[in-house]
Design a protein around this ligand. Structure first.
Ligand code: ATP
Length: 678
């Protein structure tokens, strides 16, 4: 990046609130490139400026950059559909809904429609400039509105922001500019609307913002100390400190104020894993065979645990007289005379209102003098008569919110498999063997309520096979095979680690893991099914381009009742045309009858993978080589279940799809080779 020598915001003085226009200028610079290092440099330079001039606004600035108003566990979601935004754009710019809809149909990007509408609007007087803090507060207000008349209140909140937004921050308006061709102008209206839609679509990954923040603070701290610009090694050191702190305590609300007070390099002393701030769970890599497991873990001690088929649950607890030690977390935890407790999902969503029956019993699980803990567990539906695990579908029939412990019909048993924090200390760096010993020593299993995950420590193939069979007989999905000793067996938050391998019974015959895919469109049914959708268009997610790439149509695995439910669930998500970030065939006969907002995630099994010009998943990986523009697609896909615990961005990635395809091809070649030898 060449410095121009000019200050782009001469009016932004030290102590002034950060102008929203300045952030939008950074966004548009980011939007103009796909090069990660340049994106990083733009973000880091901007954050340095915030640190220099208005450090108190660092938190809302970072939150707007990552398109999140608060940490996931705070449960703050905008949840605003396209139609509400269109209404607000129309009302704030004096254009009819019909015109806005026509524009949306033509342009296909509501952000640009908003910018165009603002650009066309004659302004009588210049509105007071928006600030980052003001926009953050405005959006938070919109998200928090609930209950009667909330739609109107949300629209009025959006209108307020849009009325104050410039269409182009240069102040020159958009006259003569063809706004339908997005040239990435720094329009405030555009970025407000994109924030409301839940996607800034800048190619700005959350991880990149984290790295930019680390670089900015290291550079700023060096400048304040009167030192030279930091070396690449020092920048890398800062990055690794912030990444490691964030993985244990993924909350900018806690980290940023602490960083401003203590400096980056002292953060690990003050910001540690703590009850009340859920960490992103450690994830496993799929494997296709037990021999693959043995190859991976050769010569190492490992353990095979049952893989329970329920819902991931991270259970947090603090005894009453220790609450004062965790001030950052108190707000998120349910408080009663027994202390503070909460259950978080795989997505860090607060599930406490779903499991009051579980939370009510936490104190009976502990043996010794226990004052705080964080457990990693799976909640599973439990058959109290026959004393056994019930299928996942039973668990899904439980209400999600405002459950009363006394009304619970589907009982759950919690199977604990890891201990991440115990009596004031994080345990994630201990080996799995040590964590497990502590778990078994200090907690008290109770059949049907709280049990330890079953396991066997063996590296003998036949014994692993027996464990796998037993796990399936016990209604589990298979095994989780985990490294037991050495530093490699530490708990790695948010990582899909090679130190945890999943072996599902189904994999052994099929292509490997099932896929979690996003529903983008649907086709009306035939015969009996004409009033509902009979088939659906699904996509995988490409995190590099932030696009959903189509992978298959699916019409198998649904009961009639399920199809009716899906019709009801999907109807509010219908949109006028595909989003610009959908990568799909443009051949007319391939088009679905309706398109949806990307919201639902479904788990799907497949017989195998093939390449097809009709679908686009991972097409760029095969372009010009094997596939010639074709994408990977699923043959005979079958619906397994809805993944309510996954967001669309957590769907199977196109890279994983490509990996599965390559693996399948290499196995096929190997087999062909073997046949040749025979
Ligand atoms: P992903 O691999 O993307 O997380 P997923 O959520 O579908 O996908 P699975 O493939 O089902 O994950 O496997 C990991 C999940 O298995 C964990 O998230 C957890 O909910 C569950 N699980 C059940 N038993 C165990 C266990 N003993 N150890 C770890 N996880 C377990």
């Amino acid at each position: 990046l060449k410095a121009t020598g000019k200050d782009p915001y001469p009016d932004w003085k030290a102590g002034d609130p950060v102008p929203y226009a300045a952030l939008c200028t950074t966004f548009s610079l980011v939007e103009m490139t796909t090069k990660r290092l340049i994106i990083l440099a733009h973000c880091s330079l901007f954050l340095q400026q915030v640190l220099r001039l208005t450090p108190n606004d660092l938190l809302p600035t970072v939150q707007l950059m990552i398109n999140k108003l608060a940490a996931d566990y705070a449960g703050i979601e905008l949840g605003i559909g396209e139609s509400l935004i269109m209404k607000a754009i129309g009302e704030s710019t004096g254009r009819s809904l019909q015109v806005i809809k026509a524009d949306q149909h033509e342009i296909g990007d509501l952000g640009l429609v908003a910018a165009k509408s603002r650009g066309n609007q004659p302004t009588m007087f210049k509105p007071k400039p928006l600030t980052v803090r003001g926009v953050h507060e405005g959006l938070l207000g919109i998200a928090k509105v609930q209950g009667h008349g909330s739609q109107d209140k949300k629209i009025s909140g959006i209108k307020k922001l849009l009325s104050a937004a410039d269409s182009a921050t240069s102040g020159k308006g958009n006259k003569g500019v063809d706004i339908t061709k997005d040239k990435g102008g720094p329009s405030e209206a555009k970025f407000i609307v994109r924030f409301l839609e839940g996607k800034l679509r800048l190619g700005l990954a959350e991880r990149t913002v984290l790295v930019a923040l680390a670089q900015a603070i290291v550079t700023h701290e060096a400048a304040v100390a009167g030192e030279k610009a930091p070396t690449p090694e020092r920048l890398a050191e800062g990055e690794s400190v912030l990444k490691s702190v964030y993985s244990e305590l993924p909350s900018y609300e806690v980290i940023i104020p602490a960083m401003l007070e203590h400096g980056l390099f002292d953060l690990p002393k003050v910001c540690k894993l703590q009850p009340g701030v859920p960490l992103k769970p450690m994830l496993a890599k799929p494997t296709k065979s037990i021999t693959e497991v043995l190859d991976r873990f050769e010569g190492k001690e490992f353990t095979c645990e049952y893989k329970y088929d329920g819902e991931r649950a991270q259970i947090h607890f603090v005894a009453p007289d220790h609450i004062h030690k965790y001030p950052g977390s108190v707000a998120t935890l349910q408080k009663d005379q027994k202390g503070l407790s909460a259950i978080f999902s795989r997505n860090s969503e607060d599930l406490s209102k779903k499991y009051p029956d579980v939370l009510g019993k936490l104190d009976s699980w502990v043996k010794e003098d226990v004052n705080s803990f964080v457990l990693d567990c799976e909640t599973v539906a439990w058959d109290t008569m026959n004393k056994k695990v019930l299928p996942f579908q039973q668990l899904m029939t439980r209400k999600r919110k405002d459950v009363k412990a006394e009304d619970v019909k589907v009982k759950v048993c919690v199977f604990a498999f890891d201990l991440l924090f115990f009596n004031g200390e994080p345990c994630v760096k201990k080996s799995l063997r040590e964590r497990r010993e502590l778990l078994h020593k200090c907690f008290q299993p109770m059949e049907g309520e709280f049990q330890f995950a079953q396991f066997g420590n063996t590296n003998v193939l036949d014994e692993i096979q027996d464990l796998l069979d037993e796990s399936v007989k016990a209604s589990c999905e298979g095994l989780m095979v985990k490294m037991l000793d050495t530093s490699e067996s530490g708990y790695e938050p948010s990582k899909r680690s090679r130190n945890w391998l999943k072996v599902k019974k189904d994999y052994l015959a099929g292509v490997g893991d099932s896929l979690d895919l996003v529903v983008l469109g649907a086709y009306y049914g035939r015969g009996k099914r004409t009033s509902v959708y009979g088939a659906f268009l699904l996509a995988a997610y490409n995190p590099n381009t932030d696009k959903y790439e189509t992978i298959c149509n699916i019409g198998t695995g649904f009961s009639e009742a399920r199809l009716e439910e899906l019709h009801k669930e999907l109807t509010p998500l219908v949109i006028d045309r595909p989003k610009p970030f959908y990568s799909h065939s443009t051949v007319p006969k391939d088009q679905p009858d309706v398109w949806f907002e990307p919201r639902l995630v479904w788990e799907v099994k497949t017989a195998d993978l093939t390449l097809s010009p009709r679908y686009k998943a991972a097409a760029d990986e095969f372009d010009g080589t094997t596939g010639g523009g074709k994408g990977v697609s699923l043959r005979f896909p079958r619906f397994i279940k809805s993944r309510e615990d996954k967001k669309p961005e957590q769907a199977t990635t196109t890279r994983a799809v490509a990996e599965m395809y390559r693996k399948q091809e290499s196995v096929a070649q190997e087999n062909a080779g073997k046949r040749g030898v025979d």
